[in-house]
Design a protein around this ligand. Structure first.
Ligand SMILES: Nc1ncnc2c1ncn2[C@@H]1O[C@H](COP(=O)(O)OP(=O)(O)OP(=O)(O)O)[C@@H](O)[C@H]1O
Ligand SMILES: [Mg+2]
Length: 219
């Protein structure tokens, strides 16, 4: 579904942030094509807060959205990538930053947003790491402070990409859908079943507009 559906494939010999480290590689070109498809079909002024999920764990959400975020920033967009997968956070590792404070710390009122957003090596791309894994991720994400945080962030960034946990297993993506303008589903080629994609879509459809499905191929 969706104009932005795109099958991406890259070999495991590349780093997670291939779009930054191997700008001329075939896979970086694929991320740029994805970016082009995305920007030609979606108005960023109306779709500023985007949620990324997949039906199951490990289907490539974090890898796909990190590279997509890099390719958007390379075009001059001001991008904030938020690691809202408070169950299995990974973006601090990919971007090699610490995770002592982050989203969970802001939601708990322990610090403020400006203190925890980090600049990445890609100009224009900022990261909000997850912060410490909380006892009850879904309850934390449901706090009204999440909406306040996103309102503040939309003043400063052109687009906010929110990485979440898997949609069929956890309520997080559905909770975050309340704050988002659109949702992108990531599915893994050869692994994610059609009925799982359909089920995830059905489950989320009432809460948010589904912008498209990205098919990620692991080799
Ligand atoms: N296209 C790809 N080619 C090769 N390896 C990939 C590809 N996409 C993801 N991977 C690898 O697969 C693993 C899982 O990917 P990733 O962490 O992006 O999935 P995820 O959906 O975010 O997982 P989780 O549900 O745990 O958050 C990682 O080790 C990642 O490096
Ligand atoms: Mg992940």
């Amino acid at each position: 579904m969706g104009i932005m559906s795109k099958r991406l494939s890259h070999s495991t010999k590349y780093l997670n942030l291939v779009a930054a480290t191997y700008k001329n590689s075939k896979i970086s070109e694929e991320y740029r094509t994805l970016r082009t498809n995305f920007l030609s079909s979606i108005d960023l002024k109306e779709n500023k807060v985007l949620i990324i999920t997949s039906p199951n764990q490990g289907e490539g959400k974090s890898t796909t959205i990190s590279n997509f975020a890099i390719s958007l920033a390379q075009l001059g967009k001001k991008v904030l990538l938020i690691d809202a997968n408070l169950r299995s956070p990974s973006l601090h590792n990919s971007f090699r930053t610490s995770n002592f404070v982050g989203l969970s710390s802001v939601l708990l009122g322990k610090t403020i947003l400006d203190e925890v957003i980090v600049e990445t090596e890609t100009s224009g791309l900022s990261l909000l790491p997850s912060g410490p894994v909380p006892y009850s991720p879904a309850d934390l994400l449901a706090l009204s402070t999440m909406g306040i945080l996103l309102n503040k962030a939309t003043d400063k960034f052109d687009v906010i990409l929110i990485d979440t946990s898997s949609a069929l297993e956890f309520a997080d993506a559905k909770i975050l859908a309340n704050y988002g303008d659109g949702l992108i589903l990531v599915a893994q080629w050869g692994k994610t079943k059609n009925k799982e994609i359909a089920f995830a879509q059905k489950n989320l459809l009432n809460s948010i507009k589904i912008l498209g499905v990205i098919i990620n191929e692991r080799k």
